[in-house]
Design a protein around this ligand. Sequence first.
Ligand SMILES: *Cc1c(COP(=O)(O)O)cnc(C)c1O
Length: 390
Amino acid sequence: MIPSVLPTYSRAPLHFVKGEGSWLIEEDGRRFLDLGSGIAVNVLGHANPKLVAALTEQANKVWHLSNLYEIPEQKALADKLVENTFADTVFFTNSGTEACELAVKMARKYHYEAGADRTEILTFHGAFHGRSSAAIAAVNTEKMVKGFGPLLPGFKQLPFGDIEAVRAAMSDKTCAVMIEPVQGEGGINVATDEFLKTLRAFCDETGTLLIFDEVQCGVARTGRLFAHEWAGVTPDIMMVAKGIGGGFPLGAVLATEKAAAGMTAGTHGSTYGGNPLGCAVGLAVMETVTDPDFLAQVNRKASLFRQKLEGLVATHPGVFAEVRGQGLMLGLKCVAPNADVVKAGYEAEVITVPAADNVIRLLPPLTITEDEIAEAIARLDHAAIAVAAG
Ligand SMILES: *Cc1c(COP(=O)(O)O)cnc(C)c1O
């Protein structure tokens, strides 16, 4: 009999009933160190008092308002995002995949309004943009699309980091280039500054829009507010979700005035997108992560974590091959099957997240302490010993 919850996930038999900072507490009382953060979502840890206060305060005022009316919390969060990024304007969604939908629509509409027949969007191998029909067509791997056709046309996948392939693929039909500055699901692959700069230059030369998907790598995860800041280039359109709500479902599309020009009244909408609860929490997240002291701490902790992880890899060459990533978006490329390492982590009461390319992801709350980093290494060490022992 089919389970009452549609079985599209193979779930670990863990029942977390409470979260506190970097910790998740199992029904049976065990305390797990959370290096997953719900996949880069709980950026300020579980039950962060500032976020709890923002949510409950808003819950006592008003939960939902239609976008037919002004929503002050939405305006405040949009202002904050505009103030701190390349963007001139923001549309709020409830998830990353909805942000992908709008990014695709916006890019195509931009060229349509300019009278150009430019609809093809270039994406990259190893990418992940969500699970909507547009987002799976963008990636077009067998695993994602098999049985779900006909697919939305107009996407072409290229090798990640291959500038010559981008040059060769660009034509007068090219609408946009869409890329994660740091691939998450693909195995924590960091695009080089050079690659992102060259993409920006190609897009400028050809009038192509550059879309960054910062759903996973954004919101201070890499030690800058957004990952592309490391490369010193900005996109025309950016997708955000995961961390921005700190655990409340919230996403956004940020855009320049020029790129957003086609999105006039009636061209897009969302019932829940930009609701007062999500935006009140998002504003509290943004107030915290834009603080230079907060970002400096993320960077300090990231280098400490990375250094200790290098030691772990050196100690367990039969289990781990290398450390990759940027800031607190870290990956351990495994020699042993990554699923075994994640499972051994559960036994050692530490949570990691598998990714493609036999990688395990370490995406702790950005509020993780130095003591917790030391504890994480101790638990990963236990897990590695268990894996090595078979
Ligand atoms: C998770 C993710 C998405 C999809 O976000 P959802 O909120 O699950 O729809 C899109 N892009 C990237 C890079 C992601 O990591």
